[in-house]
Design a binder for this molecule. Structure first.
Ligand code: HEM
Length: 416
C-alpha cells in the first residue's frame, strides 16, 4: 500500500471513535487524496470517499461484505446468511425477493399504514406532558412495519419489540455492555420470528397473501429449497429493523422543519412541489450510516493503487454526501438542490450506491423515501406541538447520530 498516502503508521481506531462521521473526509482533505491507507482495530485498511470511489466499491462485484464488519455489528445488523452476506448469482436471486416487495402499491400501503398508526399515536400523545419523537416514532414504525410485513403483533407487545429493534440499531457501532444486551434481545426477536415462520409453514398460522412474510416463507433458494427458518427470520428482521430505523430520519425531519419553518409552512399549506427534494436533502444532510466496509474479491487497480484480493476497504457514505465537489455548500440544508437532480446513483449514497440488483444498494430506499414524505405530511398537517427548550445538537462523534434530546414535543394536539 505504499503507493497511496498513509494516515498514520499506528492504529487510528480511537481517532475514528473520536471523530465519527468526519474521520475519513478529514484525512482525505488533509492528504489531498480520495483514498488513504491506515490501521483500524490493528488491521490494515484502505479508506475512500467520493462518487468515483462509490462506483468502484458498488459496481461490478469487486467487493464482498464477508469479513468486512466487526462481528457484533454483523450480528446486530444484517447477520449471517442474510442477503448482504451473499455474492454474485446467489445475492442477485435473494435481492430480487426484496426488490419484488417494493412495488408502487406496497409503498402506498405503507404510507396508509403509517398514517393510521400515527393518528392512533397522536391520540395517546395528547394525554402526555411531553413526547420524545425518536422513541415515539420508533413505536409507531414498529406497528406499521409489522402490519406491512404481515407479522402479527399483539397491541401490548409493540413497545417491547420497538425497544428490541431499536437496541440493534443503537448498539451496532459500539462496544461494551449495551452490545451484549442488544445481542440478547436480538436472539429473542429472532426466535420469535423463527417460530412464526415454522407455524406458517406447518399451516398453524396465516401469512396475509402477498405480504413480505408470505414471500419470505415461500422463497426458494437457487437449488430449489426453502429458506432455512433461521435465515427466513433473519431476513424478516432485515425488514423490521431498518423500517424502525427510519425513526432517526423522521426525527431529523422534525428538526429540519423546526429549524427551517418556511418549509414547514409550505408543507402545512399542502404545497408538495418540493416534498421529494426536501426528503432527499434530509437523507443527504443528516448523518446515518457513516461508512460501509467491504473486502476485495479480486485484484484490480484504481486511482493508481493496486488492490489485492482480501484487502479491507471502507467507503465513506457521509463524506460523499458532504463532498463539496458534488454538493456545493454541503453544510447548508438546501432542498432546492434536488429540484432538477439527475439521479446519479453514485453521489447521494446514504443507503449505498450503484444498482439494486447487481450490488448491495439498500432495497429499502424507496420505502424510506415514501415513509419520510408521509411523516413530513403528518408532522406538518395533522398535529400541532410545541418545542420546549432542549439540546437539539447533533454530535457527529456519536454513531448512530440523533439530536441529543431525541426531539421533545410538548402540548401535542391532533389537527384533524
Ligand atoms: C443495505 C442504509 C432502510 C433493508 C443497506 C446499505 C445501506 C443501508 C448503506 C448498503 C450496505 C452495503 O453496501 O453492504 C439504510 C438506511 C436506511 C435503510 C440509512 C434508513 C433507515 C432500509 C429499509 C429496509 C432496508 C427500510 C427494508 C425495508 C436493507 C437490506 C440491505 C440494505 C436487506 C442489504 C442489501 C444487499 O446486501 O444487497 N441499507 N437502509 N434498509 N438495507 Fe438498508
Amino acid at each position: 500500500m505504499s503507493d497511496i498516502p498513509h494516515a498514520t503508521t499506528l492504529d487510528d481506531s480511537l481517532a475514528l471513535l473520536r471523530e465519527g462521521y468526519t474521520y475519513i473526509a478529514r484525512r482525505c482533505d488533509r492528504l489531498g487524496a480520495d483514498l488513504f491507507a491506515t490501521r483500524l482495530m490493528l488491521k490494515p485498511v484502505i479508506c475512500m470517499r467520493g462518487a468515483e470511489a462509490a462506483r468502484i466499491f458498488y459496481d461490478g462485484d469487486r467487493f464482498t461484505r464477508q469479513g468486512a464488519m466487526p462481528q457484533t455489528t454483523l450480528w446486530l445488523l444484517q447477520d449471517a446468511g442474510s442477503v448482504q452476506q451473499l455474492d454474485g448469482a446467489a445475492h442477485r436471486q435473494r435481492k430480487q425477493m426484496f426488490m419484488g416487495m417494493m412495488t408502487p402499491e406496497a409503498l402506498a400501503a405503507m404510507e396508509a399504514l403509517l398514517a393510521r398508526r400515527w393518528r392512533e399515536a397522536v391520540a395517546r400523545w395528547e394525554a402526555r406532558e411531553e413526547v420524545v419523537l425518536l422513541e415515539a416514532s420508533a413505536e409507531v414504525l414498529t406497528r406499521a412495519a409489522c402490519d406491512w410485513c404481515g407479522v402479527p403483533l399483539p397491541e401490548d407487545e409493540a413497545p417491547e419489540l420497538a425497544r428490541e429493534l431499536a437496541a440493534m440499531v443503537e448498539n451496532a457501532g459500539g462496544v461494551g455492555p449495551g452490545v451484549l444486551l442488544a445481542l440478547g434481545l436480538r436472539q429473542r426477536t429472532e426466535a420469535r420470528l423463527r417460530r412464526l415462520v415454522e407455524r406458517v409453514r406447518a399451516g398453524e398460522a396465516q401469512a396475509p397473501a402477498g405480504s413480505p412474510l408470505a414471500v419470505i416463507v415461500a422463497h426458494r433458494e437457487p437449488d430449489g429449497s426453502l429458506l432455512d427458518s433461521t435465515v427466513a427470520a433473519v431476513e424478516l428482521i432485515n425488514l423490521l429493523r431498518p423500517l424502525l430505523a427510519v425513526n432517526r430520519y423522521i426525527t431529523f425531519a422534525a428538526l429540519a422543519l423546526h429549524e427551517h419553518p418556511d418549509w414547514r409552512d409550505r408543507f402545512a399549506a399542502g404545497d408538495e412541489a418540493d416534498l421529494e427534494p426536501f426528503v432527499q436533502e434530509l437523507r443527504r444532510f443528516y448523518p446515518f450510516f457513516p461508512l460501509i466496509g467491504g473486502r476485495a474479491r479480486e485484484n484490480f487497480e484504481w486511482s493508481g493503487h493496486a488492490f489485492a484480493e482480501g484487502d479491507w476497504v471502507l467507503l465513506d457514505l457521509y463524506g460523499t454526501n458532504h463532498d463539496a465537489r458534488l454538493w456545493p455548500e454541503p453544510e447548508q440544508f438546501r432542498p432546492e438542490r434536488f429540484r432538477n437532480w439527475a439521479g446519479d446513483p453514485h453521489t447521494l449514497i446514504p443507503q449505498g450506491a450503484g444498482d439494486f440488483l447487481g450490488g448491495h444498494r439498500c432495497p429499502g430506499e424507496w420505502i424510506t423515501i415514501a415513509i419520510l414524505k408521509q411523516a413530513v405530511r403528518l408532522l406538518c398537517r395533522e398535529m400541532r406541538f410545541e418545542v420546549p427548550p432542549q439540546d437539539l445538537s447533533v454530535s457527529l462523534a456519536r454513531m448512530p447520530a440523533a439530536p441529543a434530546s431525541g426531539f421533545v414535543m410538548s402540548r401535542v394536539r391532533g389537527k384533524a
